[in-house]
Structure formats: C-alpha cells, structure tokens
Design a protein around this ligand. Structure first.
Ligand code: IVH
Length: 673
C-alpha cells in the first residue's frame, strides 16, 4: 500500500518533468525550428509519458503532450459562442487603395502620421484559441463570426499550438490561421492520388477539411500548422501596441509573424507589392497582406463597423485564376502505369507564367466537372501544384464541344487500360515493357530524393533509352564513357561528370534505395521507416504482410504492395543487377560497426551534470553504440551515468543495485571493442 502510494508520487513527479521536457522540445522543433535532441530521444520521452499515463489514468491532464495524437472520433461538433465576434477585413486591390485608406484615416483622426504593422494574410482557416490558467480549453472555428464550431480535439493535434502557455496568465484568447504548408499539401495530394482518393483543390480546402473532420486522428496525420496574429484578450497584462501583443504571443509559445512596423505608406505599398511578386517563396500560401494600426488605443478609438474594423485593411493579391479554352485532351502514362488525362489549353498568363496544360486527374474528375473538348474553363494555380481546372464556364459552351472518350488502350504501348474496382486511377496493364512506365521509373530512380544522380534528368534518360544504351535503371551502372560521348550534346566532361554521379549513387542510404525502387505506395517516409526496421534489402524482400503491418506507419495496402513487389521475378533480377554493379543494398557498414557489445540493447539513464559531455552528445554516443537512453530509473535500467549533483535518480539506482558509471568510466567503455 505505502509502496504503491510512493510509486504514484514518483510517477506524478516524473510526469511533470516529462511534460515540461516534451513541451520544451515541441517548442524547439515546431516553433523555433531548432531541435535539440534526436528523434529517438524524443520518442523515448513520449513513450515513458504514455506508459505512466496508462498506469495511472487519473494523472492524465488535458494539457498533456499525449493529447496531441488525436482521440476518439466525435459524433458531431458542438457550437461555440465567441465572446467577441470574429470580424473580417475590408479589401484593398492595389497600392492606390492603400494610399486612400491611409489618407482617410489621417483625416478622420486629424493626424499626419500613423504607425502601421504589416503582416501576411495567411490563406487558411481562422481559429480562436481560449486558454485558462495557461491551459488550452477550446479551439473554435469562425463559423458565422458569432457562433463557430468547437474543434478542440483537432486543434490539439496541431503541433505548434501550445497546450500549455509558457507564460503564466489567468485568461488568454488568441486568434490566428490554421494552414497546411505547401510541402505537406503536395505530399497529402500525392498520397491521395496514389490511393485513388479525391484530391484537395488547394491547401486552404485541405486545412479546412482537416480541421472540420470528426475524427481527430485525421487532423493529427495532416501536418497542420498555425500562425497566430491577434491577442484578443489577456488578463493581467498591459500592452500599448500590436507589435507588443505579437511579442507576448511569441513569449507564450505561439508561432507568430514578425510584422513590418512603418509609418511610411510608400514603404508599406512597396512591401505589399514585393510580397505580391514573391509570395511563392514562402512555405505557406498567402492571398494578400494585412495592414493594421499599431497603436491599440487608436484602434479602440476608431472601433469597428458591422463586419470589419476601421483600423485594418487587407491588401489582396490579384487572383490566380483565369478562363481559357480546352483545345484538346491527351493522356500521360506515369511510372506506375497511372493514366492521367491532361487538358491542352489555349495558353494564358497566370500569376506571372504562361499556362498551357492543366491536370484533369482521372476519368471521374472529367465526368464530375463535365469537362468537354472545346469548353471554356476556369483554371487555377495553387502554389507548386500543377494548374487545374476549377469549373466549366457553361455560358460559353457552344454546340461544337465534344465529350472526351477515355482510352481503353495505353497510348504508349497499346496494352489494355485497367481500372481496379473502387479505385479512381486507371492503369496501363503492361508494367514490364511499357516504354512510358520504364522511362518514368528511371526518372524516378535517378531523382534527387531517390538515388540523386546529378546530371541525369528526363532528357538524358530519354536519349539513353532511344540509343538503346539502357533498358532499365540498373543498366545505368554498366554505362561506359565511349558510349556516352556518342550522344548528342554530351561532351567528354559531361560524360565524366555523369559517370561520377552514377558511381557516387552506389553509396546511397538504404532508405533512398527503397524509395528509388518505386514500389507503389512507398513514398520517402515509408521508405525511411522500412530502412530503419530492415537493415538490408534482402531482409525487406523476405518480409511478410503480417510483419510489415506490425510497423506503426505501415497499413495493409502498403504491406501488400511491398510483398507483391519483391515477389516479382523481374524485380529480383533488377536487385541482383544492382548488387553486382556494387550498389549498397544494406544500411551503411560504418553505422553497424559503431555498435559496441557492451552497449547493445542496454538502457542508460543520464543524471547530473557531466564534465565534458552535454546530455545530447552523451545520448547520441549511446544510441550510436547501440544503446538506448531513458529519462527514468527502473528495474529495466542497465546503467546510470552520473555527473555532478546527481539527485534522486542516483539514489534510486543505488537502491535497485544498478551499475553506476562515472563519466570517465563511460568514455572508457566507449573506447573498448
Ligand atoms: S486580422 C479584425 N491578420 O483574413 C481583424 N487576419 O477577412 C481580424 N487572416 O478570416 C483579422 N491572415 O482569418 C488578420 N495577419 C492576419 C491574417 C488574417 C489571415 C484572415 C482572418 C480573416 C480574414 C480577414
């Protein structure tokens, strides 16, 4: 009885430490982009926290980092009545509108000079966050401005929204925008395409769709982020400007934008115009800039109209949509044989570049949007995504339009096109010899995130195939200089460089190689996970569906795809060809040889201050040598590495009879074989 109580007390204390430490690392990683510890170490903290919470569910609090994983699906969202309505902004469509806004404010206020702040207008979903005693209580959507939806469960999965503030404040309300970074959006749509699911039209829809999902696990899987730009209310602070509010929000642990502070309207116009041109340089989408009066007292003096404040305005960028004609529709064959219909458009200038093609995704997309050859369509460019057709302008349709008949045979090899039941994607059935699949497969193999063969782009690959110098990617390793120099536009120097990069690719990581193989549904992330689990391609090729699905990130579909890939004779031959060519098919030898017998699978706990090593270096050394680190001492601990001022952990280790190492002994152990 006493024992259990003591245990619980210790657990409670440890839980506090773990929460604090995880919170700190979340902030370093997701807000400051400056991680301090390895993923491995972070995972070990999280595991320990989960284990304690499982043992003592009564210790679970709503601000625990474990709450980020997304709990049970909700039946429906409840309504949330905002304490202050969420307003929208007046719009300015260019610098002249901004100057006019400034002139009018100067006149109304009887001033010659007004200080403004200028921020990005993030194109996402607005969100209100309510904190009590520093703990996130509610996250709510805007709704109609007065009543929104309580989406707390989803908001908690957004990693850069603190569940507990870093400042002690009794009540705080912050507002901002939830968005999906461009990269995460591209990845999400790529996955959806591979899985035959409907694509999101743009990151804003994807973000909104994720936050307004009843299953928080979906939001948790989407890599959403939030930028916070308004301190709506904070009890116990006295601030005079918007810039000060932003600083406080930053101190609380939110990700904020650093605004331009300026009283010079020309500088502000130039800033907005600059970002209009450079918006695509940012990792997230913006649809304009927001200009606000910096002085909170002046904001108050001016007040609000029914829907928008008088003291702020949105500078809207010109839309990235345009109307043009579908001249014809052709189809493209991808690396996995996927047939993608493409609209060939009358060229149109859109957001600074000429667009003449747009993806039509698949047969269903064409049918749902009722797109016909000769139609006028609204097209849209969303960040890095290929332009796409938003809708047909039916008013402009003429009797001459023709429906598109989806081909039944592959345009590149003549094999039948098949569409599996329940899938949106149709595929060429000849994965063995279809020239398009072969070509795209090699392009993928050589690409940057795969084998990273510099100088081997689509054009050179096409030349090599045409000259019959290669038939598959493994043939690249048999190329000789005298063959290469025969190719058009290939000098001796380029040939040397190309051969050198091909040679260098032999030392790629196992994850790169797995990704390069082009196994369906195995993207970069899954490849990394597989490489971590299976140290060689040989071992991976023998894995069963059951084994693979036991890995967290691997579902049945992926597992089946992996097994099916390795079961094919031609893939086995391909891998054998790579092996003979000297491509490394297992994780770096070097890494393995770092493992030391004395460290292998042993658990270390660090405590106190070490004289020469900091904690991160010490835990990295342990991990490299094959050991693990843990934050707390238990019967499972093998060694405690104790420095100066070691406290309760050292005592516990002594009671449990665990081997205690000094720093010197530890370093000595590392030196031994
Ligand atoms: S301030 C009362 N600042 O734009 C002023 N809004 O119509 C409230 N937005 O739905 C907004 N970035 O969600 C502000 N830096 C920013 C913003 C921003 C995006 C959104 C906001 C609102 C819409 C304004």
């Amino acid at each position: 009885m006493t024992d259990k109580k003591l245990d619980k007390l210790a657990a409670e204390e440890r839980l506090q430490q773990l929460k604090k430490e995880i919170r700190h690392h979340d902030h370093q990683y997701y807000v400051l982009d400056a991680p301090e510890v390895s993923d491995y170490y972070y995972d070990s903290l999280m595991k320990e926290l989960l284990a304690i919470e499982e043992q003592y569910p009564e210790l679970l609090t709503i601000d625990s980092p474990s709450q980020r994983v997304g709990g049970e699906p909700l039946a429906k969202f409840t309504e949330y009545v905002h304490r202050n309505p969420l307003l929208s902004l007046m719009n300015a469509y260019g610098s002249e509108d901004l100057r006019e806004f400034h002139r009018k404010l100067c006149a109304d206020l009887g001033r010659e000079k007004i200080e403004y702040v200028v921020e990005y207008k993030v194109d996402g979903l607005s969100i209100a966050l309510y904190y009590e005693n520093g703990v996130l209580q509610t996250g709510a959507t805007r709704g109609d401005g007065t009543v929104g939806e309580d989406v707390t469960a989803n908001v908690k999965t957004i990693k850069n929204i603190p569940l507990r503030l870093q400042r002690d404040l009794p009540i705080l309300e912050a507002r901002g925008e939830v968005y999906l970074p461009r990269q995460a959006f591209a990845k999400l749509n790529q996955q959806r395409e591979e899985n035959g699911e409907a694509l999101f039209a743009n990151p804003r829809n994807a973000a909104a769709g994720s936050v307004r999902q009843l299953d928080p696990k979906i939001a948790a899987s989407r890599d959403l982020r939030a930028l916070i730009y308004t301190l709506m209310y904070a009890e116990g602070v006295d601030l005079a400007t918007h810039a000060e509010c932003v600083k406080l929000l930053e101190e609380c642990g939110f990700t904020v934008m650093q605004p331009l502070v300026s009283s010079d309207i020309e500088e502000i116009c130039a800033h907005c115009e600059y970002w209009g041109e450079h918006r695509h340089d940012l990792p997230f989408e913006i649809d304009g800039m927001v200009i606000k009066i910096n002085d909170l007292a002046l904001q108050e003096e001016l007040g609000n109209r029914a829907k928008n404040p008088r003291w702020a305005i949105a500078y809207k960028f010109p839309p990235e949509q345009g109307i043009t004609k579908v001249e014809s529709i052709s189809v493209q064959v991808g690396r996995t044989g996927a047939i993608t219909p493409i609209a060939n458009l009358t060229p149109i200038l859109l957001a600074g570049s000429t667009v003449s093609r747009a993806t039509l995704h698949n047969e269903d997309f064409i049918r749902e949007k009722d797109i016909q050859i000769g139609d006028y369509v609204v097209i849209q460019k969303a960040g890095e995504v290929i332009p796409e057709v938003v809708s047909v302008v039916l008013d402009k349709r003429t009797p001459e339009v023709e429906p598109f008949v989806f081909p039944t045979v592959c345009p590149e090899c003549g094999a039948a096109i098949e569409r599996a039941e329940g899938e949106a994607v149709a595929r060429c059935s000849d994965s063995l010899t279809c020239p398009a699949q072969v070509r795209e497969g090699i392009i993928h193999f050589a690409s940057r995130n795969a084998m990273n063969i510099e100088g081997l782009g689509p054009a050179v690959i096409q030349q090599l195939l045409q000259a019959d110098l290669i038939r598959n990617a493994a043939d690249l390793y048999d190329l000789r200089k005298e063959q290469l120099v025969e190719l058009e536009r290939m000098g001796a120097k380029s040939a040397d460089n190309l051969l050198q990069s091909i040679e260098a690719s032999k030392d790629c990581t196992l994850a790169q190689l797995i990704f390069a193989l082009g196994i369906r549904l195995v993207g970069q992330n899954v490849a990394k996970v597989l490489a971590k689990k299976y140290p060689s391609l040989e071992q991976l090729s023998q894995a069963t569906v059951e084994e693979l699905t036991a890995i967290d990130e691997v579902g049945t579909k992926i597992a089946q795809s992996v097994v099916e890939f390795f079961s094919q004779e031609k893939h086995q031959q391909f891998i054998e060809h790579l092996r003979k060519a000297g491509v490394s098919l297992s994780e770096e030898q070097q890494e393995e040889s770092c493992h030391k017998e004395a460290f292998l699978h042993k658990t270390f706990v660090l405590t106190g201050t070490l004289a020469t090593l900091d904690r991160k270096t010490a835990s990295d050394l342990i991990e490299k040598a094959g050991g693990k680190t843990s934050g707390s001492v238990s019967k499972k601990t093998d060694y405690v590495l104790a420095g100066e001022n070691a406290g309760s952990k050292l005592e516990k280790a002594q009671t449990l009879g665990i081997t205690i190492l000094t720093e010197e002994e530890f370093l000595q152990m590392l030196k031994e074989e």
